[in-house]
Design a protein around this ligand. Structure first.
Ligand code: ARG
Length: 459
C-alpha cells in the first residue's frame, strides 16, 4: 500500500516495521474526535477562503459519510495506514477523490493528534465527574441512614474512639469532593486548542485559529505553536488526578474488604457484587473491591509511564508521544469502571448495625471519655490520662470493660470519679457529646450531611 507521505521514499518499510510504528490498533478510539476536528478545520479553511465552497462541501459530505460508517462500526482500519489520522484521510480520498487531499491544508498530524486528545479528554472528564457525583450521592444516602449507628473508629487499625458510622462513610464523600474539584479544575487546561500550530512552527496559510476554537467549543488556543504540539501536561494531570482518585477508592475498597471478613462482619456485600470460590462452597469473596484496589496499580503505572516518556524529549513533537495514548485510554476505562462498580457495591451493601453496636460496647474506645471527665473536673489532662490508663489496666487484668468496673474500684485511683461517670462512658454519649465542628457528634454529622447535599446536583 502506498503511503500518504511516500513521495520522498524509494522503498517501503516491511510490514513488521509498519506494525511496530502503527498506532491504529488503539488510536481508532479517537475516530469521532478526529472527524470532529477535521470538520472544524475544513469549515475554517472555507471561511478563510483557503478552500472554495465546493471543495469544502465535498469534503464535509465525505466526512459525514465516514462518521455515519464509524457509528455503524463499518470502518475498516489498516496497519499500513499507520494511525487514525492517515486511515481516515485515505478513506476520505477513496470516497471523494483527490479533493480529499485538500483537507490537510495548513494542518499537520502533530497539531491534529494533540487536538484529538484534548477533545477526547474534555468529554471523558465530564463523564468522570458525573460518576464521581453519582457515587457521592450514594454515600450520602447510606450515611443518612446511619447517623445514629455507633461504630468503632480506628487509628493504627486499633480501636480508638466510638464514631457515628455515617461520619466514617462521609469521610469518603469529602475525598471524592476534592477529586471532583481537581478534575473540574483540570478542565481549564484541557480546554486549550492546539489546532493551527501546524507541524510546530505555524503555517503560511491565512488560517483563523480562533474560528477553529469556536467551532470546536474551546475557550482558548495555545499561544505558542511549539508548546502546542509538544506538551502532554494535560494528560499527565488527568493521570495524576486519576491516581489520587484511585488512592481514595483503594482505601475504601480495603475497608470494605476488612469489614466483610468474619472477624469484623460490619457489612455484607450484595451477592451481585461478590463471587464464590471454585472449591470452597462457603466462600463469598469481595472480588470487586479487591480488583479496584488492584487496578490502582495500573493507574499509577500509567502516570509514571507518561512522565517517563516525556522526560528528556527535545522540542517539539517526537514519535515517543504516540505512547501517551494507551495509558490514557486504559485509565479512562479503569476509573469509569471502578466508580460505577463502587457505587453499586455501596448502594447494595448491608450494614450490620447490631454487630457495630456490640463491637463498640466491648472495647476500651471510651477511655478518652474517662480522661476528659477527669480533666473537666480540674485534673491536668496528663494526669487524667495516667489514671485512666491504670483503670484500663485493672480492667484488662479482670477481663472486664470500664463500664463494668465498680465505682469503689474507680475511686481508688481518683476521688473525682462519681456515679455520673457511667453515663459519660456510654459509647452513644461519647459520640453525642462531640460537638466540635467537623467532629462525629450526631449534630455535627447532620450539619456535614446538609452541607454535602448542596454539593451534589439533585436531579
Ligand atoms: N500517531 C501519531 C501519534 O499518535 C500521530 C502524529 C504523528 N506525527 C508524526 N509526525 N509522525 O503521535
Amino acid at each position: 500500500m502506498t503511503k500518504l507521505w511516500g513521495g520522498r521514499f524509494q522503498k517501503s518499510a516491511e510490514s513488521w516495521v509498519d506494525e511496530f510504528g502503527a498506532s491504529i490498533g488503539f488510536d481508532q478510539q479517537l475516530v469521532m474526535e478526529d472527524l470532529e476536528g477535521s470538520v472544524a478545520h475544513v469549515t475554517m479553511l472555507g471561511a478563510q477562503g483557503i478552500l472554495d465552497s465546493k471543495e469544502v462541501e465535498q469534503i464535509l459530505a465525505g466526512l459525514a459519510e465516514l462518521k455515519k460508517k464509524a457509528e455503524a462500526g463499518e470502518l475498516e482500519f489498516h496497519v499500513a495506514n499507520e494511525d487514525i489520522h492517515l486511515n481516515l484521510e485515505k478513506m476520505l480520498t477513496d470516497l471523494i477523490g483527490p479533493v480529499g487531499g485538500k483537507l490537510h491544508t495548513g494542518r499537520s498530524r502533530n497539531d491534529q493528534v494533540a487536538t484529538d486528545m484534548h477533545l477526547f479528554l474534555k468529554k471523558r472528564v465530564v463523564e468522570v465527574v458525573e460518576l464521581i457525583e453519582a457515587f457521592q450521592k450514594t454515600i450520602l444516602e447510606k450515611a443518612e441512614q446511619h447517623i445514629e449507628t455507633i461504630a468503632p473508629g480506628y487509628t493504627h487499625l486499633q480501636r480508638a474512639q466510638p464514631i457515628s458510622f455515617a461520619h466514617h462513610l462521609m469521610a469518603y464523600f469529602w475525598m471524592l469532593e476534592r477529586d471532583k474539584e481537581r478534575f473540574n479544575e483540570s478542565m481549564k487546561r484541557i480546554d486549550i486548542l492546539p489546532l493551527g500550530a501546524g507541524a510546530m512552527a505555524g503555517t503560511t496559510f491565512p488560517i483563523n485559529r480562533e474560528k477553529s476554537a469556536e467551532l470546536l467549543g474551546f475557550s482558548k488556543v495555545y499561544p505558542n505553536s511549539m508548546d502546542a504540539v509538544s506538551d502532554r501536561d494535560f494528560i499527565v494531570e488527568f493521570l495524576s488526578n486519576s491516581s489520587l482518585l484511585m488512592t481514595h477508592l483503594s482505601r475504601f475498597a480495603e475497608e470494605i474488604i476488612i469489614w466483610s471478613t468474619d472477624e469484623f462482619k460490619f457489612i455484607e456485600l450484595d451477592d451481585a457484587f461478590s463471587t464464590g470460590s471454585s472449591i470452597m462452597p462457603q466462600k463469598k469473596n469481595p472480588d470487586m473491591a479487591e480488583l479496584i484496589r488492584g487496578k490502582t496499580g495500573r493507574v499509577y503505572g500509567n502516570l509514571m509511564g507518561l512522565l517517563t516518556v516525556l522526560k528528556g524529549t527535545p522540542l517539539t513533537y517526537n514519535k515517543d508521544m504516540q505512547e501517551d495514548k494507551e495509558g490514557m485510554f486504559d485509565t479512562v476505562h479503569t476509573i469509569l469502571g471502578a466508580l460505577k462498580i463502587f457505587e453499586g457495591m455501596v448502594r447494595t451493601m448491608t450494614v450490620n448495625t447490631e454487630r457495630l453496636h456490640s463491637a463498640v460496647h466491648s472495647d476500651f474506645s471510651n477511655a478518652t471519655e474517662l480522661a476528659d471527665y477527669l480533666a473537666t473536673k480540674g485534673m491536668p489532662f496528663r494526669e487524667a490520662h495516667e489514671v485512666t490508663g491504670k483503670l484500663v489496666f485493672t480492667c484488662i487484668q479482670r477481663g472486664i470493660f470500664l463500664l463494668d468496673l465498680p465505682l469503689e474500684d474507680m475511686r481508688k485511683e481518683s476521688e473525682l470519679l462519681e456515679e455520673d461517670v457511667y453515663d459519660v462512658l456510654k459509647p452513644e454519649a461519647a459520640v453525642r457529646r462531640r460537638h466540635s465542628l467537623g467532629g462525629t457528634g450526631f449534630d455535627q454529622v447532620r450539619i456535614q450531611i446538609d452541607k454535602a447535599k448542596t454539593l451534589v446536583s439533585t436531579n
